[in-house]
Design a protein around this ligand. Sequence first.
Ligand code: NAD
Length: 267
Amino acid sequence: MSTQTANQTVLVTGASSGIGQGIAIAFGQQGANVIINYHSDEEGARHTLSEVEKGGGKGFVCQADVGKEEDVTRLFQAAVDTYGTIDVVVSNAGIQKDSAFSDMTLDQWNKVMTTNLTGYFLCAREAIKIFSQKGEAGPGDKAKGNIIFMSSVHDIIPWAGHVNYASSKGGILMLMKSLALEVAPKKIRVNAISPGAIATDINDDVWKDEEKMKELLKLIPYQRIGQPEDVAKVATWLASEDSDYVTGTTIYVDGGMTLYPGFVDNG
Ligand code: NAD
């Protein structure tokens, strides 16, 4: 494992639980400064901070709704005020508001889009402004900043009953690629991680239920549900110099869920 993110400043949104919490802790273990954003679960965020500190990192918690422009500006300013700049932004905060399509309210649609897509735009825009202040970049220079978007296998796998969520993740795919193209000459890298099923609060109705787990495993050729650490290891690598030539791409961390498991040959 590379420790190249030591002393880097990393901002993680939605880091009071689940994947964001796992990522914040992993960066802490590498000695990074970690800004732990949370929406409403301050206790969860404080737990993340204590784990970051236990691992040898530093940081602070900061409440902000990623869908609100003024909150996002305040969040990024707090990071700059404390550490001078930011090196890595992990845009991770996300929600589901599930409904059959014909019953889906505009509120359910808007809430998911505001957090999962507009929130990613707002955070990426602040990140690019801050990375750009690091001065002109030469062709041989290493990255001046890294953005990692937490997408989902549902950026390419359609999901009935979750059209708002899948649309937001599909949107992230093109947000990531178009932005990566635009800022690559500035030596800013932009990538996405698309997890499959990872055991967190967002899907605890599934992994806490034996029958539903059995059904889920039919979709996972690797035959286990993922853990936040599986995703965190990829995030720290994507933020390190070891992945310096990687931009504009999505890494699927899904135990093979995107391999069309229905086509498995059982003999
Ligand atoms: P989670 O519910 O534990 O984490 C989501 C986090 O986002 C929570 O901490 C929540 O408080 C925060 N959040 C929600 N709205 C916010 C807002 N407006 N502003 C700031 N923070 C907000 O679930 P998770 O599984 O850890 O999800 C993290 C990301 O991973 C999401 O983007 C999700 O879509 C994605 N993802 C998860 C899975 C999975 O199987 N768990 C699979 C694919 C993608």
